[in-house]
Design a protein around this ligand. Structure first.
Ligand code: 3PG
Ligand code: MG
Length: 399
C-alpha cells in the first residue's frame, strides 16, 4: 500500500494553495458551561496545521463535533474550538458560520497565505453521513470546491464512511497528515509482530461494542485483562450474581463461550467497588467479585484486581489499553483506572492507549502522557484497525 503523506505535498509546494484538512476536533464539552474539557484532539493536529501555515498554504480545516442530525444545532457549534485552536496556533482562526455555504466560501476566499479557517460542523449537513452515495457525493463536491488539495488528519474518524473522510479524497489530490501517519505506524506494530508478552486491557461500558475486537485479539494476545462496565457481563457468565451492575443479558452466553475458548488468557476482576447508586457520594465498599450484594452496582475494579492486573502488565513487552476500568470521573471510583494506568507507565513495555475516553482519563488523572508509548486519538478507529477491518478513510488515501 502506498499512502502519500504531508511531506510529499509540502515538497510539491503549497504556498498560496487552498489545502482542505479533515481534522477530528470532536472534543468533550462540559454539559453545563460548554467549555472544552480536554483539548487533546486539537493539540494532536497542530503539527500538520503548523507545517502548512509555515509553508504558506491557505489552510481550510473541517471537522465534526458530536452527533447533530444533519441540521445546524448550536450546542454542537465548532466556534469554541476555533477559539482554542487559534490560541494553540498563536494566530487567529477565521470561523465560517456554515460548512459549504456563503460564509464558508467568502471566509476561504478571504484567506491570505499562511492563514487558517475552520468551517462549521460537517454534520450540520445531511450529506456528510448519508448512506446514499449521490447525496454524500453532492456534499463532497461542495466541500472539495473549497480546496486544491486534501489532507486527512482525522484519525478518530477514519472508520466512518462519510463524505469528508471517504468521498472528498476521490475528488482532490490527497495525502495523510502527520497524525494519521503516526497512528497507522504505531497500530500496525500491534497487528504485525508485537514483542511478547502482548497484554491488552479492555474496559468501557459495553461488551457488544468490544466483541469484535476481543474475537480478533484472542488468538494474538498473551493476556486479555477485562475491567470497566463490561466486566459484569463476564462475571455473570462465570456464574456470579452482579446485583444491579451494568449487564448485557443477551451477551452472557457469548461471554461464556469466549471464556471457554480463551485458553485462560482472559483475566477478570476478583474484587469490585460496589455502590448503592450511580453517584459520586454513594455509599460503597470493596467486595469479592462473587459477593456483589443484590441491591448494589459495581462502579470500579477493586484493589486486589488492580494488583493482579499490574502484575500481568509488569511482564509485558507490548501493551494496548482501551477503556476505563471504572467511573473515573467520580473520585471514589477512579482508583481502578488510575492503578492500571500507573502500572502501565511503570513497565518498559511499548504501550498504546487507544480511545478518546482512556486518553481523556490519562489527562484527567494528571498522569504523565510522555510515559506512554503512544496515546491514540481514535477510540472506535483504533479498535477497528486492530480488528483488521478496512477503514474507509485509510482506503481512500491508498491510491
Ligand atoms: C469519536 O469521538 O470516536 C470520533 O470523533 C468519531 O465520532 P463518531 O463516533 O460520532 O463518528
Ligand atoms: Mg466515539
Amino acid at each position: 500500500m502506498t499512502i502519500r503523506n504531508l511531506d510529499d505535498l509540502l515538497a510539491e509546494g503549497v504556498s498560496g494553495r487552498r489545502v482542505l484538512v479533515r481534522a477530528d476536533l470532536n472534543v468533550p464539552l462540559d454539559k453545563q458551561t460548554g467549555d472544552i474539557t480536554d483539548d487533546g484532539r486539537i493539540r494532536a493536529v497542530l503539527p500538520t496545521l503548523s507545517a502548512l501555515v509555515q509553508a504558506g498554504a491557505k489552510v481550510v480545516v473541517c471537522s465534526h463535533l458530536g452527533r447533530p442530525k444533519g441540521t445546524p444545532d448550536p450546542q454542537f457549534s465548532l466556534r469554541p474550538v476555533a477559539g482554542r485552536l487559534g490560541e494553540l496556533l498563536g494566530a487567529p482562526v477565521h470561523f465560517a458560520e456554515d460548512t459549504v455555504g456563503d460564509s464558508a466560501q467568502s471566509t476561504v476566499a478571504g484567506l491570505a497565505d499562511g492563514q487558517v479557517a475552520l468551517l462549521e460542523n460537517l454534520r450540520f449537513n445531511k450529506g456528510e453521513t448519508s448512506k446514499d452515495e449521490a447525496e454524500r457525493g453532492a456534499f463532497a463536491d461542495q466541500l472539495a470546491a473549497l480546496g486544491d488539495a486534501y489532507v486527512d488528519d482525522a484519525f478518530g474518524a477514519v472508520h466512518r464512511k462519510h463524505a469528508s473522510v471517504h468521498d472528498v479524497p476521490v475528488r482532490l489530490p490527497h495525502v495523510a497528515g502527520r497524525l494519521v501517519l503516526r497512528e497507522v505506524e504505531v497500530l500496525s506494530k500491534l497487528t504485525g509482530t508485537p514483542e511478547r508478552p502482548y497484554v491488552v486491557v479492555l474496559g468501557g461500558s459495553k461488551v457488544s461494542d468490544k466483541l469484535a475486537v476481543i474475537e480478533a485479539l484472542l488468538p494474538t494476545v498473551d493476556r486479555l485483562l477485562i475491567g470497566g462496565g463490561m466486566c459484569f457481563t463476564f462475571l455473570k457468565a462465570q456464574g456470579h450474581e452482579v446485583g444491579t451492575s451494568l449487564l448485557e443479558e443477551e451477551m452472557v452466553e457469548t461471554c461464556r463461550n469466549l471464556l471457554e475458548r480463551s485458553a485462560g488468557k482472559i483475566m477478570l476482576p476478583v474484587d469490585v467497588v460496589a455502590a448503592d447508586a450511580f453517584a459520586p457520594d454513594a455509599a460503597h465498599d470493596t467486595v469479592p467479585a462473587d459477593g456483589i450484594p443484590s441491591h448494589r452496582l459495581g462502579l470500579d475494579i477493586g484493589p486486589e484486581t488492580v494488583a493482579g492486573f499490574a502484575a500481568a502488565l509488569s511482564q509485558a513487552k507490548t501493551i494496548f489499553w482501551n477503556g476505563p476500568m471504572g467511573v473515573f470521573e467520580m473520585a471514589a471510583f477512579a482508583n481502578g483506572t488510575r492503578g492500571v494506568a500507573e502500572a502501565i507507565t511503570k513497565t518498559d513495555a511499548f504501550s498504546v492507549v487507544g480511545g478518546g475516553d482512556s486518553a481523556a482519563a490519562v489527562r484527567a488523572l494528571g498522569l504523565d502522557e510522555s510515559s506512554f508509548g503512544h496515546i491514540s486519538t481514535g477510540g472506535g478507529a483504533s479498535l477497528e484497525y486492530l480488528e483488521g477491518k478496512t477503514l474507509p478513510g485509510i482506503a481512500a488515501l491508498e491510491n
